[in-house]
Design a protein. Structure first.
Length: 234
């Protein structure tokens, strides 16, 4: 396959085009319109897609490692199995996107919108999700080891069997979230809101780093204060 490297189609409109398994490695695609385009298996490592519009596009298995997707519209896209490791995803809109088993380790998702997205089985180790919107997001079985979720909105999110070990969930909102089987060992829960969260247990919370100013249901809060008072110290 012939490589297409460092090309520039800045702000081009390629809506609906089929570019199956092409190679746009390090390409300049700033502001490009690729609505509902078929980019399955595409190689876009290091490409610049800042402010591009790919709503509804098929990005199944695409390589976007180290790509710049700042403020890009990826609503309702198919990114199953995609490689987004170390990508710049600041302010990206991934509402209702399919990211099952995607790789996002080390990515910067500060302020990103992932409302209703499916990240089941995805890897997000060491990602920055500060201030991100993950309302009603599917994260069942995802790996968020040592990730940064300060002020993140996880209202109604499905976190069943999710690895949240050593994550920073300071001041995050997890109201109505499903935390059945989630691993919270060593997590920072300072100021986090867990009232009305589902399937959150004493055992899970007894292994966290801190519960200082954490908002919990009264019964659970009292039990933890009685047996693990040190967790409430700053």
């Amino acid at each position: 396959m012939q490589e297409i490297l460092k090309i520039n189609i800045n702000k081009a409109n390629l809506t609906g085009i089929n570019l199956n398994e092409g190679n746009f490695k390090r390409a300049n695609l700033i502001g490009v319109e690729l609505i509902e385009a078929d980019l399955k298996g595409f190689h876009l490592k290091g490409a610049n897609l800042r402010e591009a519009n790919l709503e509804g596009a098929n990005l199944d298995g695409v390589n976007l490692r180290e790509a710049n997707l700042k403020w890009t519209n990826l609503k309702k896209t198919n990114l199953e199995g995609a490689d987004l490791r170390e990508a710049n995803l600041v302010g990206i809109d991934l509402s209702e996107a399919n990211l099952r088993k995607a790789k996002l380790d080390g990515a910067n998702l500060e302020g990103a919108i992932l409302r209703g997205a499916n990240l089941e089985g995805a890897t997000l180790r060491g990602v920055n999700l500060e201030g991100a919107n993950l309302n009603w997001t599917m994260l069942r079985g995802a790996n968020l080891l040592e990730s940064y979720l300060l002020w993140t909105n996880l209202t109604g999110a499905n976190l069943e069997w999710t690895n949240l070990m050593k994550v920073n969930l300071g001041w995050a909102n997890l109201r109505w979230a499903n935390l059945e089987g989630a691993n919270l060992e060593g997590a920072n829960l300072e100021g986090a809101k867990f009232r009305d969260a589902h399937y959150l247990t004493f055992d899970q919370l007894s292994k966290v780093k801190t519960l200082y100013d954490t908002k919990l249901n009264v019964e659970l809060l009292n039990s933890l204060r009685k047996e693990h008072a040190h967790l409430f110290n700053r």
